[in-house]
Design a protein around this ligand. Sequence first.
Ligand code: APR
Length: 177
Amino acid sequence: MKPQIEVIHGDITTQHVDVIVNAANPSLMGGGGVDGAIHRAAGPQLSEACKMVRQQQGECPPGHAVITIAGNLPAKAVIHTVGPIWQGGEQHEARILEDAYRNCLRLAADNGYKTMAFPAISTGVYGYPKQAAAEIAVQTVSTFLTRYNPLERVCFVCFDEETADIYRRLLEPQRGE
Ligand code: APR
């Protein structure tokens, strides 16, 4: 069966998927944006789990990803990744963003999860241009699903309509294939 890629305009904390991705920072200790929303909705168990990861592995460098329980969220697990901070495009931002998406996909697949949801990593506080970031997200997910296919559904959950439209346009040619 061909895996589905979906665009959802909404809040990632309410998604009923196996695993949601958090756009975290290297400390894994929470923050604003989607990170803050996920920590608030998951409750203190998530902070505790992140603290344990920190103690065991130290900080999570940009492009890497770690997995924890999901506390009170409908999802079964949270994958925390750290995207690049946009610095104009000459500081390997594209490669780091691609690594972030790929490492999340690998972690989800390696843990046997079938459905997952991504936010638009790095496009908020970290300032990555939305269109360029979405192109990397769609390309990396599509390539992963073509080559290695344990996932059944991947959702791009966009908090604003502008981002959702960008993703819809990028995915349009793939529909009906
Ligand atoms: N559901 C889905 N997407 C959301 C939600 C939500 N509840 N809240 C915010 N977003 C969107 C933003 O609109 C943006 O498109 O997530 C995208 C990523 O924005 P940020 O959360 O600012 O993440 P990022 O740009 O990767 O910056 C990471 O922000 O909060 C801190 O701890 C985090 O320091 C880290 C930095």
